[in-house]
Design a protein around this ligand. Structure first.
Ligand code: MRU
Length: 392
């Protein structure tokens, strides 16, 4: 997507330096800094500390982590690795080393299933080959393929989601207020935009498509405490694209829905069971309850890499990450002199608990927007789009 006229992605492989580069999202919207990830440890740190975040982007970063494990191995652990610039045949990476490194990457964050999906896909591709050079080449190819596929999946999510927004726009009853056209109001939570994916976003892809095709839209952006992915990242993305938006507190959505000020809610997800339960950023569940109570359609947009086909009960089975309580206790922002600072909000000695995600049960979800189309939030409907997973 474009940032001040320049095409940007949150992750890319830099051919010149042969390294993975990412936007360090911790500093947005106030600073746009690029970080280089040259080792497995730097990939793990970037995922844990949330330089990169959002399920599809974590998956892509993990995928490049497998490439890093081969390209820049940890000499102490890699067993059987002999380095020689002159003779590539002497290079060797043991299967055990590679699998152990992949496990370390997969453990970096527990909730988004895309991480394990991306890592395992590259690992399995690399393990099909014996020779070091083949493993290196195929790992890079596969990681780059994931990036391109996820970008295309999001483009398709935009196409299918656009149809939903277009239908709302054509519904005269909803559209007219005192005889005049009015904007379509979309509410979103957290950042499921291009920063969280590769291009377009998941929840934001229909928004970008509808806006680019001339539908008059406005987005309510939940600030999304504690790390403010909504007010920092979604608002930044939408602003750079010229999309009208308003940042609201996390608690405002219910009130807006009661007053007819939200036409549709679209959110992303970190892991979705085959039965349609959705883990997403903490607070999503409360938005779904409010939407259900007010008859507002509540859609979840996701690429198929975010389905966990092995799970049937989201509340019981999806691991929910608990993060450092200091993310709640301290808030980051610019002071009046333009310095990026962090300030303590609660009393110094108050405890804080930081559950990063919650689970929205399928019964509260109107539908899923996927790269293969829109379906309902129950197993048969999901499998009608993804029949290859019926017997898993
Ligand atoms: O903790 P984060 O910022 O990684 O959480 C991100 C979300 O909850 C997103 O909504 C989700 O990953 C979907 S991204 C397309």
């Amino acid at each position: 997507m474009k940032v001040d006229g320049k095409e940007m992605r949150p992750i890319w492989f830099d051919l010149k330096s042969q390294t993975v580069k990412v936007i360090d999202q911790r500093l947005l919207p106030h600073q746009l800094i690029v970080a280089e990830l040259k080792t497995v440890d730097s990939v793990i740190e970037a995922i844990k500390k949330m330089f990169v975040r959002g399920a599809p982007l974590i998956g892509a970063t993990g995928a490049f982590g497998v490439y890093n494990a081969i390209a820049y191995p940890n000499y102490a652990n890699c067993g059987g690795y002999e380095y020689s610039d002159s003779d590539s045949d002497t290079k060797k990476i043991s299967d055990k080393y590679l699998k152990d490194e992949c496990k370390r990457i997969k453990d970096a964050r527990p909730t988004a299933v895309n991480l394990a999906w991306g890592v395992d896909r590259v690992l399995n591709a690399a393990l099909k080959y014996e020779k070091y050079e083949d493993r290196l080449k195929i790992a890079l190819q596969e990681a780059c393929a994931i990036v391109e596929e996820e970008a295309d999946n999001c483009r398709l999510i935009g196409e299918y989601g656009y149809q939903l927004i277009k239908a709302i726009n054509q519904n005269k009853e909803l559209k007219l207020v005192e005889g005049k056209n009015r904007r379509i109001n979309i509410l979103t939570h957290c950042n499921a935009g291009w920063l969280a994916t590769i291009e377009y976003g998941t929840a934001t892809a229909p928004i970008y498509t509808a806006f680019d095709r001339g539908i008059d839209i406005h987005v309510w952006v939940d600030e999304t405490r504690p790390l403010n992915q909504g007010s920092r990242l979604t608002a930044w993305e939408l602003g750079k694209h010229g999309i009208p938006h308003t940042v609201i507190t996390d608690n405002a959505g219910g009130h807006l829905m009661q007053h007819g000020m939200v036409d549709i809610v679209i959110v992303g997800t970190d892991r979705t069971t085959r039965t349609g339960d959705v883990a997403n950023k903490i607070g999503t569940y409360l938005k779904a309850l409010a939407a259900y109570d007010n008859g507002v359609p509540f859609y979840v947009a996701l690429p198929s890499s975010t389905f966990d086909w092995s799970l049937t009960d989201g509340v019981k089975q999806i691991p929910i990450e608990e993060r450092d309580p200091d993310e709640i206790r301290y808030v980051q922002g610019l002071d009046k002199k333009g310095n990026l600072i962090s300030v303590l909000v609660p009393p110094e000695d108050s405890n804080a608990a930081n559950h990063a995600f919650d689970v929205t049960p399928a019964r509260l979800i109107t539908g899923f927007i996927t790269e293969r189309g829109v379906c309902n939030a129950y197993e048969e409907s999901i499998l009608s789009l993804f029949p290859e997973y019926a017997n898993i």
